[in-house]
Design a protein around this ligand. Structure first.
Ligand code: IF1
Length: 405
């Protein structure tokens, strides 16, 4: 018998997801509760959008206060909230300018439009000949342009035709980037760590080599920090692990403090200045409610030292996961609190996730064999130990089923 709440969601909703069999009703910090009152430790953080923890009191307060003041006015007018948010973000990130949007995909589309217009008006690429290079295994969003860059058949099948002007190269090999660049190349769009593609950390020095190649060929380096940004990997932005300064980055997810969508394209002035009034925008982009919450989220990130916490707790989490030594764990990888457990093909990762659910741990597999471990950055060592204990039990059960014990 299907639970009525699930049946109703299935009856009226498109079947574009296959959720785990749990109905969430409340969240607080690292915890969420289901409709039966069972408590879970959240290792998904809504794909890194809830880095601050669920319903962070300071962020809820900021939302409530602004919501009773002013919310949506469009960018036809100034507001008393947008400038303060943009200044804080530019000061923290070291970029000159920011263009606020709502979802990650919209920020990526903004970056692509900026790169193309920069190619035509600054670099001198002939009109409509600009090329953007992206990596195999990328995930930058779900619009038709963006899935046109994807190498995952399911994201593309049935949605063609796709816009031209994109080249795909292998991830992690800077020489392939140099080979793919032509005089028409506008930009190289890359995730500092591939999230959806299975938490893939590139070889040390990869991003630095790419930055040098882009500079040499006057190609914009744009880093997609939508999942890796805002402390998730133990630095404010993941590109900082390589000591580089991209020409632009896209940020989203946790920027909204786990409360509402806000994203942004950040870049040098020369790039952002290609936009003139009327070129680009969106109804909700830069609204005062989202700007207020995002400013509060940036302040909490710094005041609660969440970046350093992600570095310290991430190191501890990874070390302890590696000590589980289960024959079913092929690899534990990642950076900070963006961790993936690669499970041996002998046992479906989704089955591990279902067992973890029974043990009060909420997570999901990505790419069939990798279990995502990406908790809110506020997680404590004690909570990590509880997750480790559950993992230990679950892998032991799985091994026993396969008679590996
Ligand atoms: C889904 C994936 C994660 C992203 C990066 C841009 C975007 C995302 C690096 C677009 C969004 C989300 C989308 C969500 C599941 C989730 C996801 F599995 F799809 F790939 F996190 F790994 N760049 N990722 O990770 O941002 O438009 O969604 O705000 O579509 O199912 P968005």
């Amino acid at each position: 018998m299907t639970h009525p709440l699930i049946a109703r969601e299935q009856l009226y909703g498109a079947h574009n997801y296959e959720p785990l069999p749990v109905i969430l009703v409340r969240g607080e910090g690292v915890y969420v509760w289901d409709d039966a009152g069972k408590r879970y430790l959240d290792m998904m953080s809504a794909y890194s959008a809830v880095s601050h923890g669920h319903c962070h009191p300071k962020l809820v307060k900021a939302l409530q206060e602004q919501a009773s003041q002013l919310n949506i006015v469009s960018r036809a007018f100034y507001t008393n909230k947008l400038g303060a948010f943009l200044e804080r973000l530019c000061t923290l990130s070291g970029f000159d300018k920011a263009l606020p949007m709502n979802t990650g995909a919209e920020a990526v589309e903004t970056a692509l439009k900026a790169a193309r217009k920069w190619a035509y008006t600054v670099k001198g690429v002939p009109t409509d000949q600009a090329e953007v290079i992206a990596c195999a295994g990328n995930f930058h969003g779900r619009t038709i342009t963006i899935v046109g860059m994807s190498t995952v058949p399911q994201y593309k099948t049935g949605f063609g035709p796709f816009p031209p002007g994109f080249k795909i190269i292998p991830y992690g090999d800077a020489a392939q980037l140099e080979k793919a660049i032509t005089p028409h190349t506008a930009a190289f769009l890359v995730e500092p760590i591939i999230g959806e593609g299975g938490i893939v950390v590139p070889p040390p020095g990869y991003l630095k080599a790419c930055a040098e190649i882009c500079k040499k060929h006057n190609v914009l380096l744009i880093c997609d920090e939508i999942q890796t940004g805002l402390g998730r990997t133990g630095k404010l932005f993941a590109y900082q692990h390589e000591g580089i300064q991209p020409d632009g980055i896209v940020v989203g997810k946790a920027l909204g403090g786990g409360l509402l969508p806000i994203s942004v394209f950040l870049s040098r002035k020369e790039v952002m200045d290609v936009f003139t009034p009327g070129d680009h925008g969106s109804t909700f982009g830069g609204n005062p409610l989202a700007a207020t919450v995002a400013l509060a989220a940036l302040n909490v990130l710094i005041e609660e030292n969440l970046i350093e916490k992600a570095a310290v707790q991430g190191r501890y989490f990874q070390e302890q996961l590696k000590r589980l030594r289960s024959p079913l764990i092929k690899e534990v990888r990642g950076r900070g609190l963006l961790i993936g457990i690669e499970v041996d093909a002998r046992y479906p990762a989704r089955q591990i996730c279902l067992k973890l659910l029974q043990h009060g741990i909420l997570t999901k597999e990505t790419h069939g064999s990798v279990i995502r471990i990406a908790p809110p950055l506020i997680i404590t060592a004690e909570q990590i130990d509880a997750v480790l204990q559950a993992c230990k039990q679950v892998f032991a059960e799985a091994e026993a089923e396969l008679r590996l014990r």
